[in-house]
Design a protein around this ligand. Structure first.
Ligand SMILES: [Fe+2]
Length: 278
């Protein structure tokens, strides 16, 4: 990947909020209203609190300058605009410094339900509310620091699975039942329902080494979701010694994506009917 024209050395660009068209703001409003109606009782409380704290529903696509005033006050994070996917090292460097790189473009009206590259709705609606939670904010920074170390050790492959199964597709156990906190789920209307209600996927207790041995799919709903008992437990797991873990993983085989192991804590043993459909 080479630095796109107009981007700064750290790959950031200006959001250019003044240049969004009304049609683009309308896409945000449509997506926002649909998810805001669906998510109470589904999304984790820290997510819903963050959504309200950042006031992301004002008249269209949020201006990063405005979000950052509140986000920075709450947890010291900021959102920075990038032209699209950035190299791993750049991504980790931003996270390690409490900056979240967000896509600046928004999907077209005919792409409301599916889009390959993360846009501003996925990145800002999906990711930024959780960054208002102090524990999750620390987790994301620790992940960035861990990513920089993993790059040097050639362990990115395993670490990426941790991000996938927590930051993107994580579930949280609460007294009221399972709740979504992963950005890939909360920003998707269909997966917000599938992840909690569908009998197809496995829902298993989070275990760091187990997660890092589990492949994932990027092209469809997940076949397995991992449930954390609390955000603090997730942060604590990340602060453990990954050196020993990487040594273990270098000899351990991948676990089949649909497998349920005897030692797994099983919330739901899925039918896998969706994944196995003709
Ligand atoms: Fe994401």
């Amino acid at each position: 990947m080479s630095l796109p024209p107009g981007a700064r050395a750290d790959w950031t660009i200006d959001q250019g909020w003044e240049r969004y068209t009304q049609a683009e703001h309308d896409v945000w409003i449509t997506l926002y209203e649909r998810q805001r109606a669906l998510l109470p009782g589904r999304a984790a409380d820290p997510f819903l609190r963050g959504l309200d704290a950042l006031d992301l529903h004002r008249a269209g696509i949020p201006d990063f300058r405005r979000i950052n005033e509140e986000l920075n006050r709450l947890t010291g994070w900021t959102v920075v605009a990038v032209p699209g996917l950035v190299p791993d090292e750049v991504f980790f460097e931003h996270l390690a410094n409490r900056r979240f790189p967000a896509g600046q473009f928004i999907r077209r009206p005919e792409q409301l339900d599916y889009l390959q590259e993360p846009d501003i709705f996925h990145d800002v609606f999906g990711h930024v509310p959780m960054l208002t939670d102090p524990t999750f904010a620390d987790y994301m920074q620790a992940y960035g620091q861990g990513g920089l170390r993993a790059l040097g050790l050639g362990q990115l492959h395993n670490l990426a699975r941790l991000y996938w199964y927590t930051v993107e597709f994580g579930l949280l156990q609460t007294p009221a039942g399972l709740r979504i906190y992963g950005a890939g789920i909360v920003s998707s209307h269909a997966e917000s329902i599938f992840a909690l209600d569908d009998p197809s996927p496995n829902r298993l207790g989070f275990d760091l080494a187990r997660v890092m041995r589990t492949p994932y799919r990027i092209d469809d709903f997940q076949q397995v979701y991992f449930v954390i008992p609390s955000l603090q437990a997730l942060l604590d797991a990340t602060l453990s010694d990954f050196g020993a873990l990487y040594a273990y993983l270098s000899d351990a085989k991948d676990i089949a994506i649909e497998a349920v192991l005897p030692e797994d804590k099983v919330f739901t043993r899925g039918t896998q009917a969706y994944a196995n459909r003709a």
